[in-house]
Design a protein around this ligand. Structure first.
Ligand SMILES: Nc1ncnc2c1ncn2[C@@H]1O[C@H](COP(=O)(O)OP(=O)(O)OP(=O)(O)O)[C@@H](O)[C@H]1O
Ligand SMILES: [Mg+2]
Length: 289
């Protein structure tokens, strides 16, 4: 489905990947690992179609729908739930067509307009049937579930997406990418703006994702949980494909993000309980005069 044949990838004068050969098959969950700066994001840019190989050939089966997380903050007045829902491109297109057909039917009903075309009503009915078939009526609740999983509160859904902090807007971008009906999902460090609960939710979402996943992450527990195969991008060399545990080679020098997040949570709880204890002591002292 995705095939690299003798691919060379270069950024400026630097050769990142050379003579890489690998195939990724439909439905595989692939973790991409390697040291900082080795070319993991560059490899995803190739698969996204934003970059051509410097040598060799990259082929993808025709017609694949690829989803990736937008890196720019949303430029829209849409509410959070509509922004996420808009990730489903088929539905968004269909909604546009329904609006257009509805407009034509309404216009042809108006007095002094030319006689109504029977085909307009038929077209509208066909579009509504297609909308139903694609699960259009359930799209809002699907978007709301993605938002909840990624840590938004129910009250957030109707807020304009642009009013959230940068980190939360990136979460909205992630939710929008998950909303897309995709054959291939590309995620590059998706946990950067997530807390531990959201990371755990994402892991279970990815396990049930039916398409092909390419995941770059420093969270080794996420890689282990969501992926069944790993590609190692080693500096200026071929891409190695391994089935091993990412712990054995993925940035051994880097601390594990999952255990850091867990430790951070524990320390925050310890600090809060020490603060509470301190307040109790202070008020007891005050009462004692
Ligand atoms: N647009 C660009 N122009 C020139 N050099 C670039 C560009 N993008 C990346 N590079 C360089 O190419 C190398 C690989 O970058 P890339 O972002 O693919 O690595 P990475 O493995 O994703 O790194 P990280 O783990 O830090 O995310 C780096 O040395 C980087 O500085
Ligand atoms: Mg990167």
């Amino acid at each position: 489905m995705l095939t690299l044949s003798d691919v060379r990838l270069r950024r400026g004068p630097q050769v990142l990947v050379d003579a890489a050969n690998c195939s990724i098959f439909r439905g595989e969950k692939v973790g991409i690992v390697g040291r900082n700066g080795c070319g993991k994001s560059t490899l995803l840019a190739l698969i996204r179609g934003d970059l051509a190989p410097d040598a060799g050939e990259y082929r993808a089966s025709p017609g694949l729908a690829t989803a990736a997380v937008a890196q720019e903050l949303p430029e829209t007045g849409a509410t959070l739930v509509d922004y996420i829902r808009g990730g489903d491109l088929e539905l968004a297109t269909l909604e546009g067509q329904i609006d257009e057909a509805q407009h034509e039917v309404t216009a042809s009903d108006a007095p002094r307009s030319p006689a109504p075309l029977p085909s307009d009503g038929t077209r509208l009915a066909t579009l509504h049937a297609e909308y139903d078939r694609l699960g259009g009526y359930a799209a809002r609740s699907r978007a709301a579930q993605l938002a909840a999983g990624l840590g938004f509160a129910p009250d957030d859904l109707e807020q304009p997406v642009r009013q959230f902090s940068g980190g939360l807007q990136m979460r909205a971008n992630l939710a929008r990418a998950l909303m897309r009906r995709s054959d291939v999902l590309l995620l590059d460090e998706p946990t950067n703006h997530l807390d531990l609960d959201a990371v755990l939710w994402l892991e279970s979402w990815l396990k049930s994702y039916a398409g092909t996943l390419l995941l770059v992450s420093h969270d080794r527990a996420l890689l282990r949980g969501a992926c069944d195969r790993f590609l190692l991008v080693a500096e200026r060399s071929d891409i190695e494909s391994r089935l091993a545990d990412p712990d054995t080679y993925a940035g051994r020098d880097a601390p594990d993000q999952r255990s850091l997040s867990a430790r951070h949570g524990e320390l925050s709880r310890e600090i809060s309980s020490l603060e509470e204890r301190w307040l109790e002591i202070a008020s007891a002292l005050e009462a004692a005069g």
